[in-house]
Design a protein around this ligand. Structure first.
Ligand code: CDP
Ligand code: CDP
Length: 213
């Protein structure tokens, strides 16, 4: 599988990361959570006390990212979620992070998850998955995760925030959230993580099989 790039895109809390990580382990490929790049950029801008929609500051912070930024503890939660989505709508921020993602994938192949992997970062990837689920189910999953982490969030509020972020990600002019024309759409609303993985793996094998014929 060396050299293979698999793109996993989709809306918030659809199970992209869980699925991409398992596919990577199964296929012996490196894994990259590209959302972390936007989250870490948003965090750096917030730490400066600046509005994350400030394009020059956000671009400078994206260019100054270090591996240590990606390992920080405070990259989740509603403030971090919205800051990530705000900096992600700035074209100069996306441009600053693009080559880094491409270099990562080109080195040994990889499974990358995000919003625009199949449309912009690796438009020629032989396998593209668009993982989705109803907003109610995605909010339930995120709420359960928060609860498991000891955070008593309001489920309706979690759902409203996911809805807002999806709208912002899908309506931006640059690299909007949408399936690539050749993406395999996987609706996991009624699939648990195990079933989603089995279905995705079968789709990947089928696609690779067809491609090699
Ligand atoms: O990366 P993304 O935000 O799309 O989702 P995630 O961080 O992988 O989180 C999804 C959560 O839903 C995890 O707690 C999973 O255990 C759970 N889940 C899933 O990933 N896939 C399903 N088909 C069902 C549940
Ligand atoms: O895990 P979840 O789906 O909630 O979010 P994430 O994948 O960590 O991404 C956080 C934010 O970064 C998203 O809401 C997008 O605005 C942005 N993002 C993006 O624009 N492009 C990517 N390839 C990955 C993330």
């Amino acid at each position: 599988m060396n050299g293979l790039v698999i793109a996993v895109d989709g809306p918030a809390a659809a199970g992209k990361g869980t699925l991409a990580r398992r596919l990577a382990a199964e296929l012996g490929l490196p894994y990259l959570d590209t959302g972390l790049l936007y989250r870490a950029t948003g965090r750096r801008v917030l730490d400066r006390g600046v509005d994350p929609r400030d394009a020059p500051v956000a671009e400078a912070e994206a260019r100054a990212l270090t591996p240590a930024d990606l390992a920080r503890a405070n990259l989740r939660g509603s403030e971090a979620d919205m800051a990530a989505s705000a900096v992600a709508a700035i074209p100069a921020v996306r441009a600053a992070l693009l080559e880094w993602q491409r270099d990562f994938g080109r080195r040994h192949g990889a499974v990358l998850d995000g919003r625009d992997i199949g449309t912009v970062v690796f438009p020629d990837a032989p396998v593209k998955l668009f993982v989705t689920a109803s907003v109610e189910e995605r909010a339930r999953r995120r709420w359960l995760e928060l609860r498991a982490g000891g955070i008593a969030a309001d489920r309706q509020q979690v759902q409203a925030e996911i809805r807002d972020r999806d709208a912002q990600d899908a309506n931006r002019p640059v690299a909007p959230l949408r399936p690539a024309p050749d993406a395999l759409v996987l609706d996991t609303t009624s699939l648990d993580a195990e079933a989603a993985f089995a279905t995705a793996l079968a789709l990947v094998r089928e696609r690779l099989d067809t491609a090699s014929r």
